[in-house]
Design a protein around this ligand. Structure first.
Ligand code: 4NP
Length: 167
């Protein structure tokens, strides 16, 4: 069996956006019967929350959508571990710049919202905004942005894998 494609979702603190992205990706991969094809995790570029749980507002949105963040333990992406990942999916442009500064290469790097823009033929890729200082609505908006884009992300990765395996 080929090795799973390793995908890391990246935000700043790894307690709000990227843990949600990770759990949505796992749920969708299960629905598409491709769980064994992927290994998903999430991480922050900052170190403040290492070992901490998901933000309760993210956990609450997750629960409302049948997802469970109770086992989440925040981790950090660093220049030492960045090359362990086939893909890094940045939530916003600051995350992307931080990943580039850590030595990410352009083949690894994706933006979380690039897929809705490709579909709508819009050239500027928008951020998944940091909801940390927003109210509950910010978290619901983040969930919907992630949900729309992650299905396209999985299709994109499955297509790339087909191309790689056929070379
Ligand atoms: P996240 O949100 O990057 O989506 O996990 C944040 C969490 C914590 C902080 C900032 C953003 N913080 O400043 O501690």
């Amino acid at each position: 069996m080929p090795k799973p494609v390793r995908v890391l979702f990246v935000c700043l603190g790894n307690i709000c956006r990227s843990p949600l992205a990770e759990s949505i990706a796992k749920q969708k991969a299960k629905e598409l019967a491709v769980s064994n094809t992927f290994h998903f995790e999430s991480a922050g570029t900052g170190d403040w929350h290492i070992g901490g749980q998901a933000d309760p507002r993210s956990s609450s949105i997750a629960e409302q959508h049948n997802l469970d963040l109770s086992q989440h333990s925040a981790q950090q992406v660093t220049h030492q571990n960045i090359h362990e990942w086939d893909y890094l999916v940045a939530m916003d442009h600051d995350n992307r710049l931080n990943l580039l500064a850590m030595g990410a290469n352009s083949h690894q790097l994706l933006m979380m919202r690039q897929f809705e823009h490709q579909k709508n033929n819009i050239t500027v890729i928008q951020d998944v905004p940091d909801p940390y200082y927003s109210g509950e609505n910010g978290f619901e908006d983040v969930y919907h942005m992630l949900n729309i884009n992650i299905e396209s992300l999985l299709n994109h990765l499955l297509e790339e894998r087909k191309l790689t395996n056929s070379k």
